[in-house]
Design a protein around this ligand. Structure first.
Ligand SMILES: C=C1C[C@]23C[C@@]1(O)CC[C@H]2[C@@]12CC[C@H](O)[C@@](C)(C(=O)O1)[C@H]2[C@@H]3C(=O)O
Ligand SMILES: O=C(O)CCC(=O)C(=O)O
Ligand SMILES: [Fe+2]
Length: 326
């Protein structure tokens, strides 16, 4: 099954077909690998996540964002965890957004997360825990399918990096409020960037706004679908597949008619995990496009960069002097 992406007005573009992968389909793993190579993005249906969990978490999050500003501010500013408004990261990026960023593994021990949970009913904490478990399951499943299709050896398993308790994953809930004036123009909600982790699993309500950038630089809008998930390839998976998979640039424009609420799980490896091209995919070391760094080293660098910066350069091998000067 395929869906048509709507071209952005005034952009040079032709309709793009984005893949829709049914996780219960026996050919799903082949479709996933193709989508990761061609677009770095695909939609997942038949994912097995309870729809009442999605609805309830959505309602609770909406209630949090409807709280008086003074109460929300008690859970901020984001450091990176906690409640944030307009400012994204530490390097001056801004957007028309409010968000909560939670550490998915030790979210109960982060001070800022505790502050978020203090402003929300106990059920919110239970639902966040259940949701992050579901996201861990789905991201591991997607990575297992990649392993099977690419013939990745057990010791190099990608899915293990997400399954282990040390995995450095996080959950973000973004809220983009609709504009009061009907004549208001679209603005940047979340500026263009790639996600640094392995994969991100995104779910939103039915408000538009998410766009992805194709290989030729064209931006296309992704029609929202509250009952499905979208998978985004991150920088770490690009490195581990030696560039076979591409981390896709994406952004969010505010919707003037409807508020958008999105929840994204960023599946990251353990902090001390060495990130480098997988030997079973690239037999000769001289063919490696990237050098080895730990996730901790890359993450520290990520947090010193601006949203739109090209971060993968840190992994790129220096060309020998003779070659870099030609
Ligand atoms: C400006 C920034 C926000 C960000 C950290 C960074 O310095 C550059 C990457 C940003 C990003 C994008 C994907 C995720 O939303 C995020 C949590 C991440 O891991 O990298 C954010 C970071 C953030 O908001 O703190
Ligand atoms: O809010 C969205 O739909 C996407 C946001 C995003 O790309 C992110 O949080 O990294
Ligand atoms: Fe993102």
């Amino acid at each position: 099954m395929v869906i048509l992406l709507q071209p952005i007005p005034k952009c040079k573009t032709s309709p793009v077909i984005i893949p829709v992968v049914d996780l219960t389909d026996p050919t799903a793993k082949t479709q996933i690998v193709k989508a990761c190579e061609e677009l770095g993005f695909f939609k997942v249906v038949n994912h097995g996540v309870r729809s009442d969990l999605l609805t309830k978490l959505h309602e609770e999050a909406t209630e949090f964002f409807a709280l008086p500003q003074s109460l929300k501010d008690k859970a901020g500013p984001a450091d990176p965890f906690g409640y944030g408004s307009k400012r994204i990261g530490l390097k001056g990026d801004v957007g028309c957004i409010e968000y909560i960023l939670l550490n998915a593994n030790s979210h109960l021990s982060s001070t800022k997360t505790t502050a978020v949970l203090r402003q929300t009913p106990a059920i919110f904490r239970e639902m966040v825990e259940e949701y992050t478990e579901e996201m861990k399951r789905m991201s591991s499943k997607v990575l297992e399918m990649v392993e099977e299709e690419l013939g990745i050896e057990p010791k190099e398993k990608l899915s293990k990096l997400v399954k282990v308790k040390e995995s450095d994953s996080c959950l973000r809930i973004n809220y983009y409020k609709e504009k009061e004036e009907t004549t208001a123009k679209e603005e940047i909600g979340f500026g263009e960037h790639t996600d640094p982790q392995l994969i991100s699993v995104l779910r939103s309500n039915d408000a538009e706004g998410l766009q992805i950038c194709l290989k030729d630089g064209t931006w296309v809008s992704v029609p929202p679908d509250h009952s499905s998930f979208f998978v985004i390839v991150g920088d770490t998976l690009q490195v581990m597949t030696n560039g076979k998979f591409k981390s896709v640039k994406h952004r969010v424009l505010t919707n003037t008619k409807r508020s958008r609420l999105s929840m994204i799980y960023f599946a990251g490896p353990p902090l001390m995990e060495k990130i480098a091209p997988l030997a079973c995919l690239v037999p000769k070391q001289e063919d490696y496009l990237y050098k080895e760094l730990t996730w901790s080293q890359y993450k520290s660098y990520v947090y010193k960069t601006k949203l739109g910066d090209y971060r993968l350069g840190l992994f790129e091998k220096q060309l020998p002097f003779s070659l870099s000067n030609v």
